[in-house]
Design a protein around this ligand. Structure first.
Ligand code: BT5
Length: 247
């Protein structure tokens, strides 16, 4: 059954983290797929592992979408990441040139990070019964105060601020469209769109892994979400998150 993302919205003035709030809803069993939790202020925004997400109150998009992707085989859960990254990428591209999806969970403008995605899945038996998709998109924040190395916002590129509710609506519309394609079995289309937007794809650049630094070229991402990088000698290495560093 097709869910409409954003039919049900929970708008909060302040919450520690929209992902925590949504995950709590899942653990209490009180949730509907397609629900979106939106925060005006999110003082304890999370990234991967112990990373933090900076967002000035009222300036940016910080939201979590609750999904029940039971149709998706567990090994293919990276497809959700592709769909979300593409939705964010498409929104960013409307306002800024040089947008790209940086594997595995960022959207960039040039070499700066404009958005981060945090997906928390829960699995029962062999089913992906819930997915909390957290999206942080820098929109109207002009100054960043955390130790984030390369943040950028849409306003910094555009020179004028945007109406957050309008950007949220565009984002949810994009997400809906792409998620419906995934549900309808059009993974091939998602894969090729994703590949077209991948940061540094086909460009020789420096990487480092546990064996050292090397010159490599990103070829794509495997079915299970591993990054594929070709070396100058023609061999291809595949990486899970954290196994490779972009230099
Ligand atoms: C992410 O993690 O990029 C995922 C961020 C997801 C945030 C959303 S907001 C709604 C939902 N609720 C949550 O609590 N979280 C989600 P990661 O790849 O680990 O990157 C985090 C790193 O990005 C930090 O350690 C900083 O270096 C940097 N960073 C922090 N805030 C940033 C910002 N606003 N813009 C750009 N970079 C930032």
């Amino acid at each position: 059954m097709t869910v409409y993302i954003g039919n049900r919205r929970i708008e909060l003035t302040e919450v520690d983290s929209t992902n925590n709030y949504a995950t709590q809803m899942v653990s209490e069993g009180a949730w509907e797929p397609g629900t979106v939790v939106i925060a005006h202020a999110q003082p304890k925004g999370k990234g991967l592992l112990t990373n933090k997400w900076e967002s000035e109150a009222g300036k940016n998009i910080t939201l979590s979408v609750l999904l029940a992707p039971e149709f998706l085989p567990i090994p293919l859960q990276f497809q959700i990441s592709k769909v979300v990254s593409l939705a964010v990428y498409q929104v960013v591209s409307m306002f800024a040139p040089n947008a790209a999806i940086k594997w595995p969970n960022d959207v960039y403008i040039g070499s700066n990070k404009v958005a981060g995605i945090l997906i928390e899945n829960s699995i029962t038996g062999s089913l992906l019964n819930s997915s909390v998709v957290g999206i942080g998109l820098n929109v109207n924040q002009v100054e960043f105060r955390s130790d984030a190395p390369n943040p950028v916002s849409l306003v910094q590129v555009l020179g004028c601020s945007l109406e957050l509710s309008e950007v949220i609506q565009i984002l949810l519309d994009r997400f809906n469209e792409l998620y419906a394609q995934l549900e309808d079995g059009h993974s091939d289309k998602i894969d090729s769109m994703y590949l077209d937007c991948l940061y540094r794809k086909g460009i020789w650049a420096q990487y480092s892994d546990k064996l050292g630094t090397y010159n490599g070229k990103i070829l794509g991402v495997s079915e299970i979400g591993m990054l594929q990088i070709e070396r100058e000698n023609g061999t291809v290495s595949e990486y899970h998150f954290k196994e490779v560093v972009f230099l």
